[in-house]
Design a protein around this ligand. Structure first.
Ligand code: CTP
Length: 232
């Protein structure tokens, strides 16, 4: 049997954490390492897709043949996604966007009180960052596919299904956070447990799945969604 020729799509993939500055030497961020997003970019390229990777700060090297846009904050990631999404067939929103940022960024390093033995109470005022994937989902063309992620510490499937609907996604990859150093991640750990839920109400669970194999399943989901759109 002749192997099926894959169609080539323009895929936009986001990966890694964002950093929200407090002052010139400090920031708020999260434990994301970007491993899955980079694995997705590498595999998508190997499958013949045209890939743009928008990445927050990570230790990882961009896969060959992938156009990479580096960003630092959620605001920068939002700008980059909004600008590049109209030319993409599909978006895989793998980045762990920081949900809050400091209201003000100090221009000079914030100093400690300097009084020996004093325990000064410190407060940081935060404001919510825009929901990037929900914003582009509202502006999308009907033919574009959007896959999001849900990271949960409780009620994995219920929370993921709620996010799938409220953000108007085609599918969502849900992973449960296990305590650091124990269990299956997802931050910096491999393999992972979780499920892929889609718009049609299907839930495909996975256990102890290597991130490279999860990347393949996510790409299958994107390709199937785009192929079915083309038939409509
Ligand atoms: N996301 C986004 N913009 C944000 C926050 C999240 O685009 N400001 C995207 C993530 O990239 C992911 C999906 O939304 O694909 C879900 O992210 P998650 O952190 O699980 O959920 P939140 O929407 O942030 O909700 P909560 O923090 O209340 O769980």
């Amino acid at each position: 049997m002749k192997p099926r020729r894959r169609r080539s799509y323009r895929l936009l993939i986001t990966a890694g954490p964002t950093r929200e500055p407090i002052d010139p030497v400090r920031f708020i961020s999260n434990y994301s390492t970007g491993t899955l997003g980079y694995a997705l970019a590498r595999m998508a390229r190997a499958r013949g897709h045209q890939v743009t990777l928008i990445s927050g700060p990570t230790e990882l090297v961009a896969p060959r043949g992938v156009r990479k846009i580096d960003v630092e904050t959620a605001g920068e990631m939002e700008q980059a996604v909004v600008k590049t999404f109209p030319k993409a067939d599909g978006l895989i929103m793998g980045a762990a966007v920081a949900d809050f940022r400091p209201i003000r960024v100090a221009t000079q390093k914030i100093k400690r009180s300097g009084v020996a033995g004093s325990l000064r109470l410190w407060q940081l005022e935060l404001v919510e960052n825009p929901d990037i994937v929900a914003r582009v989902a509202r502006q999308r063309r009907g033919s574009q596919a959007i896959i999001g992620f849900a990271l949960e510490t409780e009620s994995l499937l219920a929370n993921a299904r709620r996010k799938l609907k409220s953000k108007d996604l085609d599918a969502i990859v849900a992973t449960q956070l296990s305590p650091r150093g124990k269990g299956r991640g997802p931050f910096g750990t491999d393999p992972v447990d979780g499920a892929i839920l889609d718009r049609e109400g299907r839930t495909k669970s996975f256990r102890s799945l290597a991130k490279s194999r999860l990347a393949a399943r996510i790409l299958d989901t994107v390709e199937e969604t785009l192929a079915s759109r083309a038939k409509e």
